[in-house]
Write a protein that binds this ligand. Structure first.
Ligand code: FE2
Ligand code: FE2
Length: 162
C-alpha cells in the first residue's frame, strides 16, 4: 500500500526502505565485482575487491544492527529474534576476509563468489523476517525517524549543503 504524501519528501525514507535499497545497491556491487573477477589476474586484485566488499558490508551491518535490529528487538516481547543475524554478520566478515589471504587466484575467486552467493541469500532472509516485524511493531513515524538517522550516516558523502 502506497500513500502519495508520506515518504516521498527528501530524507523521509522508512528504515525498512533504506534496508531494501542498501541490499539492492550491495547486490549490484556484487554483480560488478563478479563481472570484474574473470579479469582479475592476480590474487592481490581479487583481494582488493574482497576488501571493498568487506568495507561495504561492515558499514551496512553496523547500521542495520544499530538502527533497525536493536530498536526492534527492544520492542518485541520475544527477545533475541535477531541474535542469528548478529552472529551471522561476523561469519560474513570472515568469508570476505578469506580471499584476502595469499592463495591461488582461482581459489580466491571462488571464495569471493561463494561469499557473494551467501550474502545475497542473507539479504533475502533478512528482508523476509525484518520487514513484517518492523511494520507491525513500529508506528510509521518511528520507522521514518530511524530511516532518516540511517540516511544521515551517509550525508557527508552524498550532499554538501550550502
Ligand atoms: Fe545483515
Ligand atoms: Fe542487511
Amino acid at each position: 500500500m502506497m500513500t502519495k504524501d508520506a515518504g516521498m519528501e527528501k530524507g523521509s525514507m522508512k528504515a525498512t526502505d533504506v534496508l531494501v535499497s542498501q541490499h539492492k545497491f550491495l547486490a549490484s556491487m556484487f554483480g560488478y565485482m563478479e563481472r570484474a573477477l574473470p579479469e582479475a589476474a592476480t590474487s592481490a586484485e581479487v583481494a582488493a575487491l574482497a576488501r571493498l566488499a568487506e568495507d561495504l558490508i561492515r558499514d551496512h551491518a553496523e547500521a542495520e544492527e544499530m538502527l533497525l535490529f536493536s530498536p526492534l528487538d527492544a520492542l518485541l516481547t520475544e527477545k533475541g529474534q535477531f541474535a542469528h543475524f548478529y552472529s551471522s554478520h561476523k561469519e560474513y566478515m570472515r568469508l570476505l576476509e578469506k580471499p584476502q589471504a595469499p592463495m591461488a587466484v582461482t581459489e580466491a575467486r571462488s571464495l569471493l563468489l561463494l561469499a557473494f552467493r551467501i550474502l545475497r541469500t542473507h539479504f533475502h532472509d533478512e528482508e523476509r523476517l525484518v520487514i513484517p516485524l518492523a511494520h507491525a511493531a513500529f508506528p510509521p513515524e518511528s520507522l521514518e525517524k530511524l530511516g532518516n538517522d540511517w540516511m544521515q550516516r551517509h550525508a557527508p558523502l552524498e550532499s554538501s549543503e550550502p
